[in-house]
Design a protein around this ligand. Structure first.
Ligand code: C2E
Ligand code: MG
Ligand code: MG
Ligand code: MG
Length: 287
């Protein structure tokens, strides 16, 4: 009968839901354990000058190294962490680790390069964020100009008032601010004049086909023009080929990040690159 069938259908639906909820809870539990067990790592990806010769900055990207040795990508766990609120603790860990790393490189006598970290929506909404950042910077005696905070457009647009207040307070500390994945959010260009920004990071989806898709090429060119007319620097992400590099350099991009130059790497490998650069060696890769 229809009613019995309906009931069975509901039970099925319930079972599927329970399974999804259970899986989510499982990941949450694992993430909490991962924090306790120190299973998170930061990898570092260089940002190059337009010639692709010098490392001028880096982006810190989180990795979860499970007991098995498996490296889990942030795309797989940041969204869960975001929904559960755990992202606040993970985000604080990232901030602290990035600043510890800057302090460590300083102790090793390396010339400082700016280090960018990614902020989640929840962190940006937290009125305590500027105080937290100030505390971590001063504890490690880090020049605030060496820390960059990346936020995505959609994150920044969620609560414009809190966001603007936070970004202004952060800017007052002297940290740099960048909009990540620029061009992919439900953008409003109006916020570009409200937010105290230093850089735009052009999303890699526009870079991918830059040589073959005239629309992508136009978007890249227009974005460089927009950034520069607002006195912002433009960072191109996802540069994988020499042709993309040449194109973006000729458009006037200020910084380039991508596999063509370097993949994200552990801290030790990044320090070796910096040492090498400081010693005046040729670029580590023949770009
Ligand atoms: P994102 O901030 O836009 O980071 C750039 C992503 O592009 C990184 O992926 C990087 O490894 C990748 N990438 C860099 N160059 C290339 C290239 O030439 N080709 C291609 N195909 N990809 C390239 P990853 O490390 O998997 O991170 C994915 C996203 O996870 C990040 O995107 C960011 O949104 C988020 N994420 C990473 N670390 C953190 C973190 O510490 N906190 C938060 N809240 N989010 C993070
Ligand atoms: Mg980023
Ligand atoms: Mg990005
Ligand atoms: Mg991204």
């Amino acid at each position: 009968q229809a009613k019995a069938q309906g009931r069975a259908g509901f039970r099925f639906f319930e079972a599927v839901m329970n399974e999804a909820v259970a899986r989510r809870l499982q990941i949450e539990t694992e993430l909490r354990q991962a924090l306790d067990r120190h299973e998170f790592r930061l990898h570092f990806q260089p940002q190059m000058d337009p010639a692709g010769q010098r490392i001028v900055a880096a982006e810190a990207l989180i990795r979860w190294q499970r007991e098995s040795g498996e490296l889990v990508s942030p795309a797989a766990f940041i969204p869960v962490a975001e929904e559960s609120g755990l992202v606040a603790d993970i985000g604080l860990w990232v901030l602290q680790s990035a600043c510890e790393q800057l302090a460590e490189w300083r102790s090793a006598g390396l010339e400082p390069v700016r280090l960018a970290i990614n902020l989640s929506a929840r962190q940006l909404r937290d009125p305590e964020l500027p105080v937290l950042v100030e505390r971590v910077l001063s504890r490690q005696r880090i020049d605030p100009a060496l820390l960059e905070l990346e936020v995505t457009e959609s994150v920044a647009m969620q609560r414009p008032e809190t966001t603007i207040a936070n970004l202004r307070a952060l800017k007052a500390l002297g940290v740099s601010l960048a909009i990540d994945d620029f061009g992919t959010g439900y953008s409003s260009l109006a916020y570009l004049k409200l937010f105290p920004l230093d850089r735009l990071k052009l999303d890699q989806t526009f870079v991918r086909d830059i040589e073959h898709d005239p629309n992508d090429a136009s978007i890249c060119a227009a974005t460089v023009g927009l950034a520069h007319s607002l006195r912002l620097e433009l960072v191109a992400e996802g540069v994988e080929t020499r042709a993309q590099h040449a194109f973006l350099r000729d458009l006037g991009c200020d910084l380039l990040q991508g596999y063509l130059f370097h993949r994200p790497m552990p801290a030790g490998a990044f320090a070796v690159l910096l040492e090498h650069q400081q010693a005046g060696g040729p670029p580590a890769r023949g770009v």
